[in-house]
Design a protein around this ligand. Structure first.
Ligand code: GLU
Length: 433
């Protein structure tokens, strides 16, 4: 039995009216301003990027196990569909706001264009702490939310996927709910499904594998050997956990891991398999016995060559960017670095591989999943990983060249590549009517 976290959700001022309204969306707008001078003629379309195409706010009422009714606030934002249907995850988090989902949707537009998968950008979220819900409450929240956003999602309209605190089971419920409503089994409506339900081999690990792949490419260009390098990881979920394992397998030492519950440190390198087992049992890295515990804020001072923020937005800020020890930051999370922190890291010669390329492995294999669902023909895991690595390397290489050509950061370079693709499509389609 759980106490509902609901009353605040029921009575509070809607998050989109609160003073922090601009939050991550304000950051996205700054990123667009930075790229505009490099867009040439296409800059005349740049205003499109500053206005999400479509935003839906839904009320999600459910019966709690104790018989009372709780209401949660849900969102689905389709930022841009010039290049194809909306695509992007759904997150369940108590702090989700409309501004955050707007920014996350916009970053999906950039990301999908950067790796050249034929999608626009979208994102969804529910303002709920899933840890406060029982499994059946979570299922009801998921199903009611899916039904409410059913107006605008669909296999050729907008395709959700997992994100923070959502997983294969949540995708299975979403797929089932949508299918029940339309009267046919529509596997292509979400990606990141269980393999038994039209999911793709390799999807679960894809984001972490992509982080690792571009990390290796970036390290090579810095002359940094992965074998023997030290790595600190923030977030130990699907992205941070898999990245840590792949770096450790390549000979790196994972010296620090931080998650929502605590921070663990071991100079000689943490045992990633043991830590993964600990997290599966206890829900967090906190209390892992083969390591020292660090105070939360000390994480940013840890000596390491590579830092992988793989949790939430706005973690590396003007306050801590000057303290980071790493030479290379690979953004597994979406939006972990603020624009001020970007400048500080740039001035300090720290290379940042931005989210919009670094974590694009997830949506790349989501694209493979969607294609497999449509063709009802499924590929081997080797085939999927080979294609993923090829796409990630090719996209990173293109971004690296643009960065060198224009003397800009990898973030601005990725935005240049992506915005050109999006706005070229916009230009070719023209305005209706
Ligand atoms: N949520 C993931 C992301 O932020 C994956 C999105 C998808 O596969 O559609 O990229």
């Amino acid at each position: 039995m759980h106490t509902p976290a609901a009353p605040s959700s029921v009575h509070a001022l809607p998050s989109y009216l609160q003073a922090d309204h601009l939050g991550p969306w304000g950051i996205f707008l700054q990123q667009v301003d930075r790229v505009t001078p490099y867009l040439g003629d296409l800059a005349r379309w740049v205003e499109t990027l500053k206005r999400p195409k479509r935003m839906l706010i839904v009320d999600v009422p459910i019966h709690l196990d104790n018989g009372t009714v709780a209401h949660f606030e849900g969102y689905r934002v389709q930022h841009n569909t010039s290049r194809g249907p909306g695509k992007g995850g759904v997150r369940f988090h108590q702090d989700v706001t409309l501004s955050e989902v707007m920014a996350l949707a916009a970053w999906m537009s950039i990301k999908n264009a950067a790796v050249n998968v034929p999608y626009g950008g979208a994102k969804g979220g529910i303002r709920v702490d899933p840890r406060q819900l029982s499994a059946s409450e979570l299922e009801r929240v998921t199903r009611r939310y899916t039904s409410e956003i059913g107006l605008i999602i669909g296999p050729t309209k907008d395709i959700p996927a997992p994100d923070v605190n959502t997983n294969e089971q949540v995708m299975a419920w979403m797929m089932d709910t949508y299918s029940m409503n339309v009267g046919e089994t529509a596997t292509g409506v979400v990606t990141g499904k269980p393999v038994d339900l039209g999911g793709s081999l390799g999807r679960r690990e894809a984001t972490g594998r992509g982080v690792f792949t571009v990390g290796v490419e970036a390290a090579r260009r810095l002359g940094l050997e992965i074998n023997g390098a030290t790595v600190a990881v923030q977030g130990f979920g699907n992205v941070g956990g898999v990245s840590a394992r792949l770096f450790a397998e390549a000979g790196a030492r994972i010296v620090a891991v931080q998650d929502h519950g605590g921070t663990v440190y071991r100079a000689a390198g943490l045992d990633v398999a043991a830590l993964t087992a600990h997290v599966a049992r206890h829900g967090s890295v906190a209390g892992f016995e083969h390591a020292e515990t660090l105070a939360q804020d000390r994480f940013w001072d840890v000596p390491c060559d590579i830092l992988i923020p793989a949790a939430l937005e706005q973690q590396i800020t003007a306050v801590n960017a000057g303290r980071l020890q790493a030479r290379l930051v690979i953004e597994g999370a979406n939006g972990p670095t603020t624009p001020e922190a970007d400048d500080i890291l740039n001035d300090r010669g720290v290379l940042v591989v931005p989210d919009v390329i670094a974590n694009a492995g997830g949506v790349t294999v989501s694209y493979f999943e969607w294609v497999q669902d449509f063709s009802s023909f499924f590929w081997s895991e080797d085939e999927i990983n080979d294609r993923l690595i090829r796409i990630m390397r090719g996209a990173f290489d293109a971004v690296w060249q643009i960065a060198a050509e224009h003397h800009v950061s990898l973030r601005t370079a990725t935005f240049i590549v992506a915005c050109r693709r999006i706005l070229r499509a916009r230009d070719l389609r023209g305005l209706y009517p």
